[in-house]
Design a protein around this ligand. Structure first.
Ligand SMILES: [Zn+2]
Length: 80
């Protein structure tokens, strides 16, 4: 006897197709979710919802990411 799980019955094309159809809709939903963007209330540039704006560093009305600091760090790294 086989020591690994073996399917008792043959999976028909219909059954496989039904499984794939649900998987496909799920996957499409997941992929479309990633590309969802909302306009930043401060600079109006597109950003992902519930995330800080990559352009101005604002989230919920205040600065979360200090973009000026980030730039200076990058410059110093390049010099060294
Ligand atoms: Zn912004």
């Amino acid at each position: 006897m086989a020591k690994h799980p073996v399917p008792k019955h043959r999976a028909t094309a219909t059954r496989g197709g039904r499984r794939y159809s649900t998987w496909k809709t799920k996957e499409l939903k997941r992929l479309t979710k990633i590309s969802t963007t909302v306009a930043c209330p401060k600079c109006k540039s597109p950003r992902q919802p519930h995330t800080a704006c990559p352009t101005c560093g604002y989230y919920r009305g205040r600065v979360v990411i200090d973009l000026a600091k980030k730039d200076t760090k990058k410059i110093s790294k390049v010099k060294a």
